[in-house]
Design a protein around this ligand. Sequence first.
Ligand code: KDG
Ligand code: MG
Length: 409
Amino acid sequence: MKIAAAEVIVTSPSRNFVTLKLTTDDGVTGLGDATLNGRELAVATYLSEHVVPLLIERDAHRIEDTWQYLYRGAYWRRGPVTMAAIAAVDMALWDIKGKVAALPLYQLIGGASRAGLLAYGHASGTTLESLAESVQAHLERGYRAIRVQTAVPGINALYGVAAQAQASGERYDYEPAGRGARPVEEDWDTRAYLRHVPKVFEHVRRQFGPELPLLHDAHHRLRPIEAARLGKELEPYDLFWLEDCTPGENQQGLRLVRQHTTTPLAIGEVFNTVYDFQTLITEQLIDYVRAAATHFGGVTPLRKVMDFAATYQIRSGFHGPTDVSPVGLAAQLHVGLAIHNFGIQEYMEHSQATNSVFRQSMSFEDGHLHPGDAPGLGVELDEAAAAGHPYEPAYLPVSRLKDGTMHDW
Ligand code: KDG
Ligand code: MG
C-alpha cells in the first residue's frame, strides 16, 4: 500500500488549523494535525515543499521507518516546525493503518487500559466571585477536575483568564490568538502574581472542599526560586499540579523547584523531543509529561516518552487547548487510553465552527473523554466546510514588565 497523494489543508474555523491528508493508492485516507499556533504557515510550507515530495510512493505501513527517515534525514533535527510536520505524517499513517485494520488506533497500540480519560477543564474569573461561578459551571457540565486561573490586582490583562464570566454556559476561548498582523501586548508583575495566587486557591478550596482536583498554569513566567516559593505556598491547597512554573529549556532549574516543594509539577507543552525531558524524567524532577502529539512528532514518540516516563513513575497530562486540532486531540486520546501511566487529559472543547469542519467520534461524559471506536483516529475532515474558513493571521499575546522588558511566556 503506497502513499499516492498528500495534501496540506489550512482552515480557520474560529482559529487556524493545518491538517495533512494522505491518500493511499487504494484510496484509504489519513489525517494528521500540524498546527503550530501563530506560526501555522511555516509548517504548512515545510510540509508542502520539503515533506510531501518525499512521501509519494512510500509504503504507508512503514510508520517507524518513515518517522526515522524524516527525523534523521533532515540533518537539522528537532524544533517545533520540523516536529509538527513529522507529527502530521505520523498521525496520518496511524489513521490509515487503523482504517485498514478496521480498528480504532488504541486497539493497535495495546488496547484500552481504562474505561475513559479523566479530563480537566479551564475555569477562570476576573474576580473571586466570577471564578467561583466558572468553577460551578464546569462542575455542572460534568468536569471532575478543574484548572483555576484568575485576574491579578496590579496586572491589567492576563493570559488564561476569560474576559467574561462563563456562568452563562457559553463556551469560551480565553486565547483566540488575537487575529491581526501583530500580537497583543499584555503586562506582567511577578510579585503581584505571587501575592495573589495562594489567596485564590484558599478561596476555591474553602468553597468547593478538599476532593476536587485543582490545577494551575504559571505559563513559564517564574524564575526557579519564585516557582519554588509558589509551589511551597500552594501545598496546603493540595494541587493536582502546578504547570509550566518556569521555562523548560533550563531543565536544571526544576531541581531547585523540586528541592523546595512537594506540589506536583507538570511541564512540556512546548517540548519537541524526548531530549527536552531527559533530565526531568531521569532525575524525577516532574510528575506529569505535558507533551502534545502535534508538537512532539506524533503518536510514535508520544508512546515512547510515556514508556520512558513510566519507569520513573511519571504520568501523562497531554496538552489539550483548542489550538491542538480535533485530529491532534484524538491522537492523544488513543495514546492516553492505551498507556498504563495515564494521568489526566486537558480538554478545552472546540467551537461549533471547528466541529463543523472536523467531525469527531470522541465523547465527553461524566468528566471523562473516550476516543470512540471508529477505525483509525476517528476524525473526518469536511473539506468543503474547511474551504469556507480561510486562514487569517493570528498571534498569541506577548507580555512585558512595567519597564517595557519582554517577559517569558
Ligand atoms: O498555543 C498556546 C496555548 O495552547 C497554550 O498557551 C495553552 O498553556 C496552555 C494550556 O495549558 O493549555
Ligand atoms: Mg499550559
